[in-house]
Design a protein around this ligand. Structure first.
Ligand code: SF4
Length: 356
């Protein structure tokens, strides 16, 4: 690491000297850390952390403690090999990543990195992995989304889209890095949209970002609920699963739906009948069949979720199904199926032989 960090530090210094065209020494003396010889006192700014992530010294998925430890090791190493005090080393890095004092309006590796000026581009992970100046700009992503109507979804990184939605057109590499870390921390998009406010705060999302993520989560639920597919023929358990799983899979309590069908099993309507643990009183045949009669349905199906993720029917589920099936026979309305939605799987009472 020593030789690599020495080369890195010298690249930072050379690039800054050439970009500023004047002596940097007096400027550095005004930096707050330059008197510091204690690594524990130095907390590098988020801009500098982003620069170190881009270059490859830090990992975007590291938590704060790991990041501090890696920064401390890097400063120590550079300080030993260069003979500069840790505070001076930190000042060079901060100036490179953020710019300061009006002498360098913005850093070399700032929101929109000026890779063309950078003396370390051959060793930079950001460039080696396809990062470009363009990626660091939310503006260019906005243009891409608006102008390229047929842009394939898979060509857009989830982290870029999250950063764009949370920050807007001003989003840059730090925001992409934070979104990447969030995806890793919460185990994917679903995890982020389901994350608690405290957990999002813990990875650096402020109240405005958290509000936007909450709005996005609600919007996704609404979108899933709008997939009504009226007229679609439902002939097997998979049809019900496809229709309901996106909106039911993340509910923390049981939610019970009835679908209404015509003679050909085509969907003519659906309604939420109850929310909460299923009991015979919560799902009363009177309410279920009142809907069917109003809409002149020839058949109905009942669908509910198991928040545990396991779609195995409980005794209560079987009792309710029997009761509704008996009522359906009396009414001359067919009970097509009872489908339980779990996490990525389902149970169809008909396919399991629990309903004729
Ligand atoms: S090459 Fe570009 S992204 Fe990499 S460290 Fe230099 S300025 Fe930053």
């Amino acid at each position: 690491m020593a030789a690599r960090s020495e080369e890195f530090y010298s690249g930072v210094q050379k690039t800054l000297r050439s970009a500023m065209g004047k002596s940097i020494g007096p400027l550095l003396k005004r930096w707050r850390y330059t008197q510091s010889s204690d690594f524990a006192e130095i907390a590098l700014s988020p801009s500098t952390a982003r620069f170190l992530i881009r270059f490859g010294w830090l990992d975007a998925g590291d938590d704060d403690a790991q990041r501090l430890e890696s920064q401390r090791k890097l400063l120590l190493d550079i300080s030993r090999s260069s003979g500069d005090a840790p505070g001076i080393v930190a000042a060079w890095l901060e100036l490179f990543a953020a710019g300061e004092y009006g002498a360098l309006e913005k850093g070399i590796c700032a929101d929109e990195p000026q890779c063309g000026l950078c003396g370390m581009k051959e060793k930079c992970r950001y460039l080696a992995t396809g990062g470009t100046d363009e990626r660091a700009s939310g503006n260019s992503l906005a243009e891409k989304l608006i102008r390229t109507a047929d842009i394939p979804t898979e060509s857009l990184a989830a982290s870029d889209l999250i950063a764009f939605l949370v920050i807007g057109e001003k989003c840059g590499a730090a925001d992409y890095a934070r979104a990447e870390a969030a995806l890793k921390t919460f185990g994917g998009l679903r995890g982020i949209l389901d994350a608690k406010a405290d957990a999002l705060r813990g990875i650096g999302y402020d109240s405005s970002a958290r509000a936007r993520l909450a709005a996005l989560s609600r919007l996704c639920s609404r979108w899933a609920a709008e997939q009504t597919e009226r007229g679609k023929i439902f002939s097997k358990g998979q049809d019900f699963y496809d229709h309901f799983h996106l909106r039911l899979r993340d509910f923390k309590k049981e939610v019970f739906y009835v679908t209404l069908h015509d003679q050909k099993n085509a969907l003519i309507g659906e309604e939420k009948v109850s929310e909460g643990s299923l009991t015979e009183t919560l799902v009363h045949p009177r309410e279920v069949f009142a809907l069917a009669v109003t809409k002149r349905a020839a058949s109905i199906a009942i669908i509910h979720n198991h928040p545990s993720g396991d779609p195995e029917p409980s005794t209560n589920d079987k009792t309710i199904t029997k009761r509704l099936d008996s009522a359906a026979t009396l009414m001359g309305i067919r009970l097509l199926d009872h489908v339980i939605i779990g996490d990525g799987r389902f149970t169809s009472f008909v396919e399991k032989g629990l309903l004729r």
